[in-house]
Structures are given as C-alpha cells and as structure tokens.
Design a protein around this ligand. Sequence first.
Ligand code: BV8
Ligand code: ZN
Length: 246
Amino acid sequence: MIEIPSKLIDKLQTSEKIVFFTGAGISAESGIPTFRGEDGIWNKLSPEELANFNAFMKNPKMVWEWYQYRRKITHNSQPNAGHLAIVEFEKYFPEVTVITQNVDNLHRRAGSKIIYELHGNIEKNYCIKCKKRYDEDLNFEDGIPKCECGGLIRPDVVWFGEYLPVDQLRKSEEATISSDIFFVIGTSAVVYPAAGLVYTARQYGSFIVEINIDSTEVSKICDVTFQGKAGEVLPKILDEVRKIKS
Ligand code: BV8
Ligand code: ZN
C-alpha cells in the first residue's frame, strides 16, 4: 500500500512549478533495460567500452550494433503509467518540466510538453565530419552509416567525456532553481553533471521527492523517498493531486 505523506500533500497544495528529473528506471516498466541494475546492459560491457568517442572510433560497427539493439527495444516499447502520469500533472500545475537523462524518447511519445534531454536522443544522428543531421532512417551498408561527404555518422547522444548540450543544461538548471517540487525518478544519480541538479534543487530550497525501487546516492537529501516502482507510485501521487485540485 503506497502512503502519501501529509507533508507532500501540503506541498502539492501550494506548489506551482514541478520538475521531474528522470533516469533509466522510469523506462524499466516499458521493457527498456537500465544501465546499472542487475539486468543492466552495462553488466556485460562497461560504459567505457561502449558509450565513448574513442570506443566508437576504434570499433564503430560494435558501438552501432549496440545502439541499433537499443533503438529496436525503444521502437517496440510504449510509454508506461509513470510517463503518462507526468503528462497528467500538466493539467493541475501551471509549470511542469521534464529533465531526462534518458535517450529513449518515451517522455516525448507520452506527450510531455517541456522536455530537456541532457544526454541526447537515440532517434537522432549526425555526421562527425560535416555535422549534417540524419534524423530519419540510416542506410547501413557495411554496418556503419556514412555521410554523403564520406564522414562517419554517429548517434546524437552524449558520451562519457563529452559536454552536455549547453542550452539543455542551462534551461534545466533554471527550471531546477525555480522549482517548488523536484521529483527524482528512477536514477542512480551517479552520472555528472546531471546528478548535480539534485544538489542544486536542495541548495535553492525545492521540496525533493525520490521515487526508486532502491535507495541511492541522493536518498539522504530528499524530503520524501518512495521505495517503489515509478509506474505505480506516480499514478498514486496523481490521484492525490486530483483529490486536492477537485
Ligand atoms: C562530462 C550516453 C565534461 C547515452 C550516458 C573522466 C573523464 C570525463 C568525465 C568524467 C570522468 N570521470 C567522471 C566523469 C564524469 C562522467 C561521470 O559522471 N561518470 C560517472 C559514471 C562517474 N560524466 C561525463 O563524462 C559527462 N560529461 O562530464 O563532460 C567533461 C568533458 C571532457 C573532460 C572532462 C569532463 C557525460 C555523462 C553522460 C554519459 N552518457 N549515456 C546512452 O548511451 O544512453 S550516461 C548513462 O547513465 C545514461 O545516459 C543514463 O541516463 C545515465 C544515468 O544512469 P541512470 O539513468 O541513473 O540509470 P541507472 O541504470 O544507473 O539507474 C537506474 C535506477 O532506476 C536505479 O537506481 C534503479 O534502482 C532504478 N529503477 C529501476 N527500475 C525502476 C527504478 N526506479 C523506479 N521504478 C522502476 N521500475
Ligand atoms: Zn558529412
């Protein structure tokens, strides 16, 4: 039975600006494996071997196979009750912002209006030589998509050692600073600078609510922590919001 603490109910009553900061855990119930859980994709191959530029230049075919595998999973997956509950919040609060570390496009497919993608989007690609964008289907001749200029095409995601898109990070920081409630959902909060947003939220006095099946690096600085699945807890909090706002 999921209990909503009264201090969260009080906060929901008076809040206007809500931020949902999400990680791979919110897409787990859509069938997309997380990175570091027991079924995590990085248990077999480490992130250093796959999600970085040198790995890509050394073995573009292997890295492309990994992204094509993940792209197939995301194409066959649907937004789950957690993504959809976040969209419903937009009916009850004047400002709802999604800041996601996920590249699976599920918040967009669920219908969220304001989304900042800190680590890129698996549906997008660009040529590393001339930067031409290739966001439609790619043609894989010998397993590696090539640009008309002859350059290698890569997924438009942020790899380790790469900078996050400056405008997405700046807008995420602004939304975090002015947020009344900052939800941290389905993230192990070990990857920076994204995870730093939780500390920014705390520094500026946001009410921080964690939803995770485990405890994490940031659990101790949250005002409320739900030990549960995002797809179950978020709809329960939404029910509470409907009661308050009706
Ligand atoms: C940067 C790519 C500046 C896309 C990802 C050495 C050199 C350079 C940088 C560093 C360095 N050492 C450290 C760093 C910083 C590094 C970093 O933070 N490393 C960590 C691992 C120590 N960061 C960077 O490199 C960043 N760039 O710093 O640039 C710079 C530039 C040059 C030189 C120096 C510095 C770039 C970070 C982005 C990396 N790219 N992905 C892709 O292929 O996906 S990170 C990868 O991890 C994903 O993007 C993912 O989003 C992110 C975080 O993982 P989570 O989303 O939290 O997922 P995880 O599996 O970990 O956890 C899932 C959680 O869900 C769990 O807690 C689980 O309990 C929970 N859960 C499961 N099921 C459910 C659930 N919760 C609720 N309900 C459920 N049903
Ligand atoms: Zn090119």
